[in-house]
Design a protein around this ligand. Sequence first.
Ligand code: SF4
Length: 379
Amino acid sequence: MRHLYLHVPFCARRCSYCDFSIAVRKRVPADAYVAAVAGELALVRAAGLAAPSEDGLDTLYLGGGTPSSLPPDALAALLSVLFDAFHAPAARDAVEVTLEANPEDVTLDAARAWRAAGINRVSLGAQSFDDRVLSWMHRSHDAARTAEAVRALRTAGIADLSLDLIFAVPAELGRDWARDLECALALAPAHLSLYGLTVEARTPLARWISRGAASAPDDERYAAEYLSAHERLARDGYRFYEVSNAGLAGRRSRHNSAYWSERAYLGLGPAAHSFDGRTRRWNLAAWEAYRRAVALGRVPRDAAETLTADERELERRYLALRTDQGLPVGLCAPERLRAWVGAGWVHVAAERFTCTPEGWLRVDALVRDLIPRPDSVNC
Ligand code: SF4
């Protein structure tokens, strides 16, 4: 295993759009969490599910939840266990170690402690620079806090920064998306992740929409904001290398790129997923169930699925079209490919076709058209 994911499930409150597997806690049970993850690691190693690679660890990603809500000493203890178990090189910065952080958790002291523990990349949940929108999202920070967090991280020596932004929020919020992009770019992050707002069942947002207190998603707004972001980011030298992710030269997320190129990874913590190249396994999602399973000496797996060769091929095509890798032109019938090029959805170079921004807006439909059908020899 060269790629590790650690899920930290705790959040101070639930954001209005979020259906992730989280545990809302005012006080993070840090000792119990560190003990449970260390216990899971011992169990999966004993079961032969977590053999370290001879090439050593390449990436470690702490996601959530809110990993930055863990006290820095708990984070340092976890990283030390994981570096040892997975043969991290002595030069720790050879490993890309990313921490997802919420701006309100970033102080100069915390950032310095994270840097000393081995964190060298932070993905900051900015989401918007409009305080009214942040409050509507139930975020716990304001725009000024995001700027302060970026300054503290840089002062502490963490220069590899990514900002998350959410677009296509309801029109009635009067959010100025162009202004939000300018605010983000003014902070000069190395990387940006842009996610369109989606409505998930059982979230506050879904309830607001069902009783008419918020408007339903608007596809035109989604497309217009997505395309304008491509245009604006390109002017500052960012390149989209995946449907939602753009970076400056050399600043792609190595960890996420490993997912998208189907490399094996191990996930630890509640709800974490693992993949060995054929079989995907995932952990019990609820924190208490996960903790109890580990305490009873059981690998806290919830379920697993093994992909057939056809399913793997479909997934490979889907992932390749979501990224700038694209696919060989031979995988698509010539007349279909000509139609897609004519519509402005893909471009062709070096015998591969790759989505344009307009193509990424409909990538699921394009992949569906690539599924072999009984009446089609080619695509
Ligand atoms: S901080 Fe992230 S994981 Fe936690 S509730 Fe908000 S969106 Fe969900």
